[in-house]
Design a binder for this molecule. Sequence first.
Ligand SMILES: Nc1ncnc2c1ncn2[C@@H]1O[C@H](COP(=O)(O)OP(=O)(O)O)[C@@H](O)[C@H]1O
Ligand SMILES: [Mg+2]
Length: 271
Amino acid sequence: MSGRQQDIVADTGRAPPSRSDAEEGERKKPHIELRGIRKAFGSVEALRGVDLDIHRGECLGLVGDNAAGKSTLTKILSGTYIPDSGTIAIDGQAVRFSGPSSARKRNIEMVFQDLSLCDHIDVVGNLFLGREITRGPFLDGRTMLAEAREMLDALDIRIPRLTAKVAQLSGGQRQTIAIARAASFNPKVLIMDEPTSALAVAEVEAVLSLINRVKASGVAVILITHRLQDLFRVCDRVAVMYEGTKVAEREIADTDLQDLIGLIVGEGAKS
Ligand SMILES: Nc1ncnc2c1ncn2[C@@H]1O[C@H](COP(=O)(O)OP(=O)(O)O)[C@@H](O)[C@H]1O
Ligand SMILES: [Mg+2]
């Protein structure tokens, strides 16, 4: 035993923690810590001081009524909006995002509610938007097609014709393409804003199983949804927002629909 370790034993009367205990502690520390996040748009206080932790590899549901502040909070985490005050820490280190590209450098991606796809270009073009592969002065369509196929296969996404314009695809297919594009940046945190709200039942199933596959690959997912029943299919934890504040957090095993509905409509805020 080293002198330092003996000191620790002398101080606490216990053996120093084994390496695996220390690693376990490290793993349990939140990957991301948001503290006191505030954001106003003119006279509208969209966020009134929100604290939120995101842990590695978890799926966190983020729920709340319209205008509760869900999109604003996640847009701050993805660098789209700059908070008026509050802090963001990644692995204990304070960070400041100046835009989506600085969040991307920190492995945070967001799939927006409007998907931000280009309808008039094809699936491959959308997957490589802004980072096209070229050969000399020309686009390298063949390589991009092959890599697009790999990207989609990795997530078990089936789109028959990758040269189809995105406008010709179903809502569910468009959603999976937007998720595949985000996942291809190798995020550690992937935020999805209402990915199932406009989808048919079978398409919802496809997107939920895609979320589970993304999660299984070790990515933390933040899922904003109004479809509360979906939370129980994919989430480990749920945070509830109400009028710009986070009013509750629940382990998924410790809550049910009734509890969540009560919190969403503000019963938690009154008690
Ligand atoms: N870009 C914006 N400009 C002005 N007001 C906004 C903007 N984004 C959001 N808001 C307002 O902030 C509040 C929170 O909105 P939002 O975060 O979109 O809520 P949610 O996603 O929970 O429905 C709402 O009152 C909304 O109108
Ligand atoms: Mg929203």
